[in-house]
Design a protein around this ligand. Sequence first.
Ligand SMILES: [Fe+2]
Ligand SMILES: [Fe+2]
Length: 266
Amino acid sequence: MFFPRTSFVFYFLLLAFEMENFPSIGALVKENAQLAEMLHQMGIRFYQEADKTLEQACREKGIDPAKVYQHFDLLRKNQDFDLTQLSSYPIEILVSLLRHSHQLFIKQKLPFLFHTIEEMDENRFFKPELARDLKMVFPIFAEDFIKHIYEEEDTLFGYIQYLLECTKEIKNQGKLYFLLTTKGIRTFAMHHEAHDNEISGIRSLTDDYSLPPDADLFTFILYRELQDFEKQLRQHALIENNLLFPKALRLENEVRWRLDQIRLQN
Ligand SMILES: [Fe+2]
Ligand SMILES: [Fe+2]
């Protein structure tokens, strides 16, 4: 391929300009660890491309850097829930919001943490034995957590959806009676509490995510992302325990009352 000499000069000048004026990926992720997770999704590993600028790495992968910034903005906006504001939302909206968070956990957060831990060079980690423990414990945690999510999606959310349909019309009294007596929101809620602290094992392994004073970029991002994941899980569980279950209980009582009324009339 023919490149005019001036193009080369221009390209290297541009590169030098970028190197000098734009922060490196290493500096960017250090400022906001969640960017590392988003770049991972786009095939850019923060620990392999730490010295490049975001623009350089994006250009090499054929990605528009503006899109990366846009996605990042959306990701940040999606993270902080205001519980008071959410409490006024109908149960259908809460369920779709929780479903959306499940998708983010499964498609973004878990793969990022899973691959980062898997690719971690234990001999270069500040505590090799901790790296080995994380490599062993995290996949077990991830598997349990994915099961938890699918159980909620298939059983709890499915049950809530069915209850919502029954507020309009009860098509099958026998089925509804069976579900009300065998499933029951109270049972879900009691079972749910037991899952709340699944990540606490990882927190204690990392000594509450305490970073060594001379932490390298890899450790810094890994710990910040684990900590952020735990924060998101806690927020998620708060929405489920404090908002979803009380609303679902009220919905269940309403449907039970409607069923009783139909039975009394017959
Ligand atoms: Fe959930
Ligand atoms: Fe949950």
